[in-house]
Design a binder for this molecule. Structure first.
Ligand code: ADQ
Length: 461
């Protein structure tokens, strides 16, 4: 039995099978895994999640870092209707301010309820009496309510890793009351930003029977929902952070520079290939700067795009458009033997990413909407020497803490161009001052601060 259980859609590792049919585990992509792995390892906790395939789930096992992994299986129809459907074609676009149009299908909603029930039942089976269970993210918003029904003895937390939308958007959702009831099954609900938490409270006040009191604080609970069954649910903002340790190593920057042809400026983008991340818009900004002859010579843009949700229409379309843009820009502005855009559609291991972050002169992070964006914080963590510059979207949650970045509006290509040029042309002293202030922020508010603040509020009530 486990005293500390995390329930997340994905396990931190994905199961694949090699040519001989032997199981092979690889790290699964994304910010949630990056943030929670060190927290779970510290607590020797149990992690319930889907192993990323629709074959039968393997038996639970413990990782080298002491985390007990408890796989939950999804059938092919669960995968299509729950994961690709309700989670990623309904909730994801709705919660990211309708960058694409959300699709509402009743059979996807049925699958969402069915799969959430499965996760809740698994948690109910493995949690020790009076254990703490921390449910993660938009795929599992019904789990807190379902789990409370099954195990009223548990202390249940819920954290949303993506934005919570404005009330006028959320109210589109045909199952909005059910989602609120599910989330409010928790004892405490956390968001990245105070504005997300306020949106949630507003929606609760308007679309439920429950009462709302207090104002939202950061890393504390001073706002509550009083439910009609006489419980108090704490609501707060807990900006997620990184474990900076792997990013603080000394890197020989000449190695990556030499590999990329010893150019003067390396501009870097690192994202899951997702339409929310604004990869196409940053390519458009680069293309326009090249066209206008404003791009400094001997500059390269390296975009690393991790494959993500590849079977969903909008993801396929985004990938096609990104790859066409890369080809077009290189075709026009590159030369034989030297491209102006380098593009890798693959996942990189941490060590390689750290080298790229540390070497890049400029990091371009331009999402249309992002709960937080850990890539921005990882880049800053690698620049304790004051080198580098971060161009960051105002619409990333990280912009609240990293306000010394070159902030741009990704909906305005002129703004991306201006801020990129400002970063390229800024004096070393200006860049250093900005970077060192951000570095201090990232180092002093690490993932431990995030998890400790959340769990302290959860367990102290
Ligand atoms: P994501 O949308 O996945 O996370 P982000 O926070 O930037 O976005 O995290 C991405 C993670 O994946 C980073 O740790 C990064 O290093 C890693 N990564 C990205 N591309 C990679 C590549 N090519 N190879 C290897 N690793 C790569 C969601 C929300 C975010 C929120 C996090 C955490 O959308 O807003 O910050 O959860 O709450």
């Amino acid at each position: 039995m486990n005293d500390f259980v995390v329930v997340a859609n994905r396990l931190p590792v994905d199961l694949h099978y090699d040519d001989n049919g032997a199981p092979v585990w690889t790290p699964s992509p994304g910010g949630l895994v990056a943030a929670l792995t060190p927290v779970l390892a510290q607590h020797h906790g149990c992690w319930i999640g889907w192993p990323g395939t629709t074959t039968e789930a393997p038996e639970p096992f413990r990782t080298e870092s002491g985390i007990l992994l408890n796989p939950v299986s999804l059938s092919q129809s669960d995968y299509e209707e729950f994961y690709e459907g309700f989670a990623n074609a309904t909730l994801w676009p709705l919660y990211h301010d309708l960058i694409v149009t959300p699709r509402y299908h009743r059979n996807w909603w049925d699958a969402y309820q069915r799969v959430n029930q499965k996760f809740a039942e698994t948690a109910a089976q493995v949690a020790a009496p009076n254990a703490t269970v921390w449910v993660q993210d938009y795929q599992l918003q019904l789990v807190p309510g379902m789990l409370r029904e099954l195990r009223p003895d548990l202390t249940i937390g819920f954290f949303l890793h993506i934005p919570f939308p404005a009330p006028d958007l959320f109210r589109q959702l045909p199952w909005r009351e059910e989602i609120l009831t599910g989330v409010l099954g928790a004892d405490m609900v956390g968001f990245h930003l105070a504005s997300n938490a306020r949106n949630f409270l507003h929606v609760v006040a308007h679309y439920s029977e429950h009462d709302v009191s207090g104002t939202v604080s950061v890393r504390d609970i001073t706002a509550h929902v009083h439910t009609s069954d006489d419980r108090q649910v704490g609501i707060g903002a807990f900006p997620i952070a990184i474990d900076p340790t792997p990013f603080l190593v000394d890197i020989d920057k000449t190695e990556v520079r030499a590999e990329l042809g010893n150019l003067d400026q390396i501009i870097l983008g690192v994202d899951r290939l997702d339409y929310t991340k604004g990869i196409l818009q940053r390519l458009q900004a680069l293309e326009e700067l090249h066209k206008a002859g404003m791009m400094p010579p001997r500059t390269v843009f390296l975009q690393i795009a991790t494959p993500s949700r590849e079977r969903i229409d909008h993801y396929r379309r985004t990938r096609n458009m990104v790859e066409q843009a890369v080809g077009r820009i290189n075709g026009r502005f590159g030369s034989l033997g030297s491209q102006v855009v380098l593009y890798q559609h693959q996942s990189f291991d941490r060590e390689r990413l750290v080298k790229l972050y540390a070497t890049a002169d400029i990091m371009l992070v331009t999402p249309f909407k992002d709960g937080m964006n850990l890539v921005a914080k990882e880049y800053v963590a690698c620049h304790g020497d004051g080198s580098g510059a971060l161009v960051l979207s105002e619409f990333a949650g990280a912009a609240e803490e990293l306000s010394e970045a070159f902030l741009c509006n990704p909906f305005d290509v002129e703004s991306i161009k201006q801020q990129l040029l400002a970063a390229l042309l800024a004096s070393p002293a200006e860049k250093q001052a900005r970077m060192l202030r951000m570095h201090e922020q990232v180092i002093s508010h690490d993932v431990n601060v995030w998890a400790t603040a959340f769990l302290r509020c959860l367990t102290l009530g």
